[in-house]
Write a protein that binds this ligand. Structure first.
Ligand code: BG6
Ligand code: BG6
Ligand code: GLC
Ligand code: GLC
Length: 910
């Protein structure tokens, strides 16, 4: 006996260990650490390529933004339906997430049912596959007695590459694994599901989120371990996702926070990057697949292909006479005859060899003991290569996260799922060991997703639901600012009625319709040298204007701007006019013309009752002015007296005009069709040439349209935020239209809305800061900047930070939106008002069609990125019989005041 043993021992030594020939034969599949590091570095480069917007289109590793921005924080709650499509099983589930509880305390309850997918559906029409999905869902609801009447939020795990534009919209890039369904590529899969649910009927289901299985897995594990920032699937297919810094995700706007990126690493190598690691067996597997040239990395790793690689290796070895004495069976030649489950069985710890023999016998082969050892070793090498490749990919991802965090070490958890990882006896252990060996500085924990991906999908959906609720509340808050065309037409007709009432009434009216005593627009014959004084909103301007030979090219302008400090705006009238006289004195010194007694035009941008061109009594202050002893007084006289008090220069104030009138005149100098002046600046106002009766001439009327609504006629569109702004203003109850439309108030309206949203916990994490409580922080220039399309969200955030508002990315989006609705409403209301004015002029002149130019000035019109366009669109829409050209005034209304002075003096024959 002993002799026999010795002989066979000796013989087997002579014959050599059967694993050695396999090692030699599969040399290319046995990857050393250096090779794995090399592959890892290549994958890292591919990740960068996929993340960059410049190279993404050509990248093999797609790095798809998922629009999942956070891992679970424990606040998720709710009851969800879930669908899980794309792995080895199709499942319908019900997931209940109880608030603030971990799974171990029974925080998440799940019920599930697996539904088979008929084979023909894998290659059939998209609508048929989704009809099957919807019918299965319906069956599940009925079977579990789930209330069909109630609305159910649904989470959808869809384990294929999708380009997401948001959580509930994803366009299928391509099928992978067993699926090759027609008519869905490039289509929104969520919509396809919604349509199918509608077709099935009888269910009220709201699909809130669609996620890849990797993402869902990361979320499932993240519920138990807050360090879980990576999700990996090693199942039918293979893939990984991880939390990337948003600033690195070029395809999505936003720079703050993180977003989960679905790498779709299965496509690594599709562009030849892995050429030197591809064996002939990989080539054969690819050639026989239904997606040739695609998913090269996946085909070396995942459950759908491992068995096939093993079969091809054994077949080749047998053909070469290295196995089964060169015998080959038909079964061995048949695709799919060795499965991944077989590979796992062959590697079982104790029964592996026996299993291998049974499997080979099942393939009509007659294996020797050595054959069995050799085949078992083939399986080991193939599955070991698979786990090594996953390790290389993971090392790249972990390295990237480490770099993002600018840290030398890393404590991180990787959530994993998939049949290969779960059922193959050695796989997990080998994978963990290699990753830890290649990244000794990192503490990597692997967490098996014990409850599948649906729990994670439900968590994503819970967050989506919270955001949707927030969205709804923000929409509800902003809804009153969004005016319908009917509402705008109502405003137009109220403006028209207000204009008529103001013209007719002797006493006070909401719209004052003040005569300007300006009868003509310029005709180009104006000449001479004039001083123009211009008290607008926050500034006072002094200007020297020369008209030569009536040619517009020969207009000469010199000017200086002086600020009016708030204490002067709200001091005494005498102080205010002394300040203006001092500024004029300074300007005359500056120009060296103190001695010349020049004719002057005075633009005064407040409502004044005029009895002649050179007198005007202030009706009431507007725009934050409150200087005492001015209202009811002749303002021209007050300036003259202030000049007298100084006694160092003299002026002849010949014309006194509103800024709208000055603007109209200044534009009319360039364009004779100009018959309207509009200011959209600190304040809001319009003047126009009114036809008087046949005997008298036209006269320019300063409408003071800002007063529309002072009699309550706008109460139906005035929001609670406007009420608050009005209440806090220096002139409550006055200038209601102006308070909806002009630069001085828009920022305040925005601030009131932001305060409300913050108090409701919808903004700035619910913190009402001192900055937010500060009136006036949102000047028009900030609104204009925030709304600029060219500004990235990060810059919006910087502006808000300058204002003392600490915002995150979502806050910045909402703030921008609030600014947008408030300024849009302002532009639309001005457009509605303008439509009333131009239609009135058209009717006055008895025309079916009017061509007219509107001279415009003011910071809101000139600096805001969208105001002018919306104003013009609205005017066109609401006054279709008028062709209105808006012409920005070039040199302010001062030039207009000088022109009026010139006209007046010419009339007097001077
Ligand atoms: C499951 C997930 O747990 O894992 C599936 O719920 C996923 O969505 C699957 O696709 C991956 O594994 P396999 O082996 O079923 O492809
Ligand atoms: C200027 C005028 O051009 O526009 C001022 O000269 C006027 O008188 C102003 O008040 C309006 O703009 P804002 O934006 O300064 O109110
Ligand atoms: C395939 C799919 C991918 C999925 C993976 C695992 O690679 O393309 O989206 O995550 O399989 O199921
Ligand atoms: C205010 C003033 C008005 C002026 C307008 C624009 O509405 O009352 O006179 O034209 O602001 O500056």
């Amino acid at each position: 006996m002993l002799a026999v043993h010795l002989v066979s021992f000796y013989f087997s030594k002579l014959q050599e260990d059967p694993t050695k020939k396999v090692d030699r034969f599969l040399h290319a599949m046995r990857l050393g650490d250096d090779q794995l590091r090399d592959i890892s570095a290549r994958f890292l480069a591919e990740m960068k390529k996929g993340l960059s917007s410049e190279s993404n289109a050509a990248a093999a590793v797609k790095m798809l933004p998922t629009h999942v921005r956070s891992t679970p924080d424990g606040s998720e709650k709710g009851q969800f339906l879930a669908l899980d499509l794309g792995g080895s099983k199709f499942k319908v589930l019900q997931v209940k997430v109880r608030e603030g509880m971990g799974i171990r305390k029974g925080g998440v309850g799940m019920e599930e049912k697996t539904y088979p997918i008929p084979k023909e559906l894998l290659n059939g029409k998209g609508s048929e596959l989704f009809d099957h999905v919807a019918e299965s869902l319906k069956d599940f609801l009925q079977e579990r007695n789930i209330d069909m009447e109630k609305k159910h939020p649904l989470a959808f795990t869809f384990s294929f590459p999708c380009g997401h534009t948001k959580l509930d919209q994803g366009f299928l890039l391509n099928w992978s694994k067993r699926f090759r369904v027609r008519g869905l590529q490039d289509k929104d899969v969520v919509q396809a599901l919604r349509d199918a649910v509608d077709r099935a009927g009888g269910m009220d289901v709201e699909v809130l989120a669609m996620v890849n299985d990797t993402v869902a897995t990361m979320m499932t594990c993240g519920f138990d371990d807050k360090h879980c920032d990576v999700g990996v699937i090693i199942g039918t297919g293979t893939n990984a996702c991880y939390m990337e810094a948003l600033r690195n995700v070029d395809l999505v706007e936003g720079d703050e926070g993180r977003m989960c990126v679905n790498t779709e690493w299965g496509g690594f190598g599709d562009d030849g990057t892995l050429k030197d690691f591809i064996t002939e067996f990989d080539q054969n597997v690819d050639a026989a697949s239904n997606n040739q040239g695609k998913q090269i990395f996946e085909k070396m790793i995942s459950g759908m292909y491992l068995g096939e690689i093993v079969r091809l290796v054994i077949l080749k070895m047998a053909n070469l006479g290295l196995l089964f004495d060169g015998h080959v069976s038909d079964a061995l030649r048949t695709k799919g005859k060795i499965t991944t489950a077989d590979v796992a069985a062959m590697e079982e710890y104790k029964t592996g060899l026996k299993n291998t023999k049974n499997i080979l016998v099942g393939l009509d082969l007659t294996p020797s003991q050595d054959d069995c050892i050799a085949v078992q070793h083939v399986s080991t090498i193939v599955s070991f290569r698979s786990s090594n490749l996953v390790a290389a990919g993971l090392v790249a991802i972990l390295t990237r996260i480490k770099e993002n965090r600018k840290s030398r070490t890393l404590t991180i958890t990787v959530g994993v799922d998939g049949t290969v990882y779960k059922t193959h006896p050695q796989y997990a252990k080998r994978l963990h060991k290699v990753v830890r060996r290649l990244l000794p500085e990192c503490q990597v924990r692997f967490l098996l997703s014990d409850s599948g991906s649906s729990k994670g999908a439900a968590l994503v959906t819970a967050v989506a639901q919270r955001l949707a609720t927030r969205r709804k509340q923000v929409d509800e808050t902003l809804c009153p600012f969004r005016l319908s065309q009917e509402q705008l037409l109502l405003v137009k007709s109220r403006m028209r009625a207000g204009l008529e009432a103001g013209l007719e009434s002797e006493g006070p009216s909401a719209i004052k319709m003040l005569p300007s005593f300006v009868y003509h627009t310029p005709d180009g014959t104006e000449r001479g040298k004039y001083l123009a004084l211009d008290l607008g909103g926050t500034n006072f301007r002094a200007m020297l204007v020369k008209f030569r030979k009536g040619l517009q090219q020969s207009t000469r302008l010199y000017h200086k701007i002086y600020t009016v400090p708030p204490e002067i705006m709200q001091g005494t009238g005498e102080e205010l006019f002394d300040h203006l006289a001092e500024c004029i004195s300074d300007f005359l010194d500056y120009m060296g013309i103190k001695k010349a007694r020049l004719p002057a035009g005075f633009t005064f941008s407040f409502p004044c009752e005029q009895t002649a061109l050179d007198t005007g009594s202030l009706v009431s202050w507007t725009k934050g002015y409150k200087a005492t002893d001015c209202e009811g007084h002749n303002v021209v006289e007050m300036l003259r007296e202030a000049i007298k008090r100084r006694n160092d220069f003299d002026l002849d104030i010949e014309a006194f005009v509103n800024d709208t009138v000055g603007t109209m005149m200044s534009c009319a100098y360039e364009d004779p069709q100009c018959g309207v002046g509009l200011i959209a600046g600190t304040g809001s106002n319009v003047c126009y040439m009114e036809e008087r009766d046949a005997k008298t001439q036209r006269m320019c009327i300063n409408t003071e349209w800002g007063g529309l609504g002072d009699d309550g006629s706008l109460d139906d569109i005035i929001t609670p935020f406007d009420v608050e702004v009005n209440r806090n203003s220096v002139n409550p109850g006055k200038q209601r239209f102006e308070k909806l439309t002009s630069g001085m108030y828009l920022g305040e309206v925005v601030r009131q809305v932001l305060l409300d949203l913050t108090r409701g916990g919808l903004l700035f994490r619910g913190h009402v800061t001192e900055a937010l409580k500060t009136p006036g922080i949102f000047e028009t220039k900030y609104l204009s900047q925030i709304e600029s399309d060219r500004l990235a969200l990060l810059q919006v955030r910087c502006i808000l930070q300058q204002l003392g508002l600490d915002s995150n990315c979502d806050d910045s989006i909402i703030v921008k939106e609030v600014c947008g609705v408030v300024s849009r409403r302002a532009a639309q209301l001005c457009g509605a008002g303008m439509a009333a004015v131009v239609d009135k002029i058209r009717e006055n002149r008895g025309l079916d069609h009017l061509d007219i130019t509107v001279g415009v000035d003011g910071a809101l019109y000139k600096l805001h990125p969208h105001f002018s366009q919306i104003l013009e669109e609205t005017t066109r829409l609401l006054a279709p019989q008028c062709d209105v050209t808006f012409m920005p005034s070039e040199e302010g209304s001062g030039k207009g005041a000088a022109l009026i002075t010139a006209v007046a003096l010419q009339k007097q024959g001077m």
